[in-house]
Design a protein around this ligand. Structure first.
Ligand code: HEC
Length: 94
């Protein structure tokens, strides 16, 4: 009985971990850019996940993302600067 519960726990942990790694982690040699991308990722996960699941950066082209983030700005109540950081993160996936 106990082993069963442990296996379930491990499975659950795996599922949770694999969900988290779907959003790419930015790595840029340029420190300033790296900071901006990290900030964008953080803003994206905190402001854009309250109403729906996060869409993956690769799901849309840069042009499509610009329109969609513009459309979501009033919903997420973010400033132009925050929007810019989120957009930069979304379209910078290597
Ligand atoms: C207040 C709720 C809310 C917040 C916050 C929000 N969204 Fe949305 N989002 C929606 C709703 C509702 C839809 C579906 C209807 C639509 O497309 O207008 C949607 C749809 C989308 C879609 C799919 C559109 C398509 O054409 O397939 C994308 C991409 C998206 N949101 C991105 C974002 C991003 C990026 C942010 C953060 C800046 C964000 N959302 C924050 C409510 C929200």
């Amino acid at each position: 009985m106990k082993t069963k519960r442990n296996i379930l726990f491990i499975l659950l942990a795996c599922i949770i971990c694999s969900c988290g790694t779907q959003l790419y982690f930015p790595r840029s040699a340029d420190t300033k850019k790296q900071e901006q991308l990290l900030a964008g990722r953080k803003l994206y996960t905190s402001y854009c996940s309250s109403c729906h699941n996060l869409h993956l950066p690769g799901q849309f082209t840069a042009g499509q993302w610009k329109m969609k983030v513009d459309a979501m700005q009033p919903r997420a109540k973010i400033t132009d600067e925050q929007k810019q950081l989120i957009l930069q993160y979304l379209i910078s996936e290597p």
